[in-house]
Design a protein around this ligand. Sequence first.
Ligand code: PLP
Length: 408
Amino acid sequence: AFQADTVPQAPEDPLFGLMAAYRRDDDPKKVDLGIGAYRDNNAKPWVLPVVKKADEIIRKDPDLNHEYLPIAGLAEFTSASQKLLLGADSPALKEKRVTSLQTISGTGALHLGALFLSKFYRTNAKRTVYFSNPTWPNHFQVFSNVNLEYQQYPYFSKETRGLDFDGFIKTLKGADEGSIIVLHACAHNPTGVDPSQEQWKEIAKVMKERKLFPFLDTAYQGFASGDLDRDGWAIRHFVEQGFELVIAQSYAKNFGLYGERAGCFHFITAPSSDAEETTKRVASQLAILQRSEISNPPAYGARVASTVLNNPELFAQWKEDLKTMSGRIIDMRKALRSKLEELGTPGTWNHITEQIGMFSFTGLTEKQVLKLREDSHVYMTKNGRISMAGLNTNNVDYFAKAVDKALR
Ligand code: PLP
């Protein structure tokens, strides 16, 4: 019989544990730099103005109901998502080599992709998955839950606080043919360090030579630079190179739809004369997996995103909202760096403005992080990552002074 008393205690999720500790702290100066969710300049969650508009449009629709969506989700949403990622005139779309399902945000897309690979990926008997070191910690659980083994490729250089490009390439060259390589398409979490376009080209070239399989994770398109095309460049480059690949796409950050769980999984078949037929068979199997796991995805977040993505006026406003979010974060990077430099805080701080997206890898050690929490009520993850969105014009000086104090 199943004996529940044999179930071992699991550790608390570090990030959600940090959030709880922050909530318990009643010091008015406390600063939350933990979770990766956008905050406005008053440290409050921000509902994008375009999302409010889309919401009004949806609510006014007299035919709105709460029926099930199809298994693959809202078709207007998945097709607009393909165009957003690949470009409306992508050959992959014209050649019907893309199949997409709406998922439970980016995590659900990663899971569906991992599950599909665990069942059908035959190129490499070992099917080793490679993650960047470091990576978003949930990657480990999502892939090991479906019994895929993982290794890591070097990514972050402690010396330069930038990309360890040589280490990365060397590991790709040494990986078994057919290994699955998980790549953060833009705004790498947790480091904020992305390859340059030249470096992406080299990564793709080596992966092609070594016959490695790209699993692209995109959770920050438009949120990183404020420019959807620029943040989508790496994905388009890989697709142009004719790879067979998969993409996990999240709308949590770029639409501020965190809790609504809007995302997509895309499978792109390599160009060939029977690619369309292959894609259909892949779609049929994905539908079965989706049906057994969630039956069909939740409607509201996809309706909101779809309303915006399919309406040129709202789409233009979304781009403005993306600029608001990314622009405020870039301003905070500048403010933090200049304050630390002004204080003469030990170390160099150029990486703060060179890194991109929601996070910065400060270089603070675990000991310094804990000291900041104890002395200054600043909450960040133990690896020294800060969510830039937690900084604002009211607390950036306070935070810089606290870092300065912790480093002396
Ligand atoms: N992938 C990366 C790298 C992320 O940082 C995140 C969110 O933090 C996700 C995927 C998926 O998030 P969600 O499931 O909320 O869309």
